[in-house]
Design a protein around this ligand. Structure first.
Ligand SMILES: [Fe+2]
Length: 161
């Protein structure tokens, strides 16, 4: 499996500096962090879900969206802009900078924009991506459960996909 776009993002200077900044900003965070490990878990779970549900998906699009979906957390910490919106703006810039084809860019940004809400009207792939983001979390053994503001429907209280 060749993940050309994904690996271009990983090597992108702006992306790397945002990931590093996020790590510093979250070093004392008691809740789930937003690091490369989380991003890769989201991609892998999303691909498992696609396989289970018979949804055709381009792995490069899934991985690219997963790498970028929480990158706007930096902006949220700085200015309060919701990170799904900030991530979409940053993703647009980074994807344009690495010459991502327009249709792929549109799909990646739609996954990023839809990753925080579970409302109806989403595509099957957007639903899978939302679910993968939540299933990647270890709520069932989290020490910050009591302080976490996640509603019950988002919490991952059991192992499974
Ligand atoms: Fe996430």
């Amino acid at each position: 499996m060749k993940l050309e776009l994904t690996n271009k993002i990983l090597k992108d200077q702006r992306y790397r500096s945002l990931v590093n900044e996020l790590e510093m900003l979250e070093k004392d965070r008691i809740f789930c962090g937003h690091d490369i490990e989380h991003f890769l878990n989201v991609a892998r779970i999303a691909l498992i879900l696609c396989q289970e549900k018979g949804i055709e998906a381009d792995s490069d699009i899934i991985y690219a969206a997963a790498l970028l979906h929480d990158i706007g957390r930096v902006e949220e910490y700085r200015s309060g802009t919701p990170h799904d919106k900030a991530s979409a703006v940053i993703a647009e810039d980074i994807l344009t900078g690495i010459n991502c084809p327009g249709e792929m860019k549109r799909e990646i940004i739609s996954l990023i924009s839809a990753h925080r809400t579970a409302e109806s009207g989403k595509t099957e792939l957007e639903k899978v991506f939302f679910r993968a983001d939540k299933k990647s979390r270890l709520c069932f053994c989290c020490k910050a459960q009591a302080e976490c503001n996640w509603p019950e429907y988002k919490r991952n209280n059991e192992i499974g996909v």
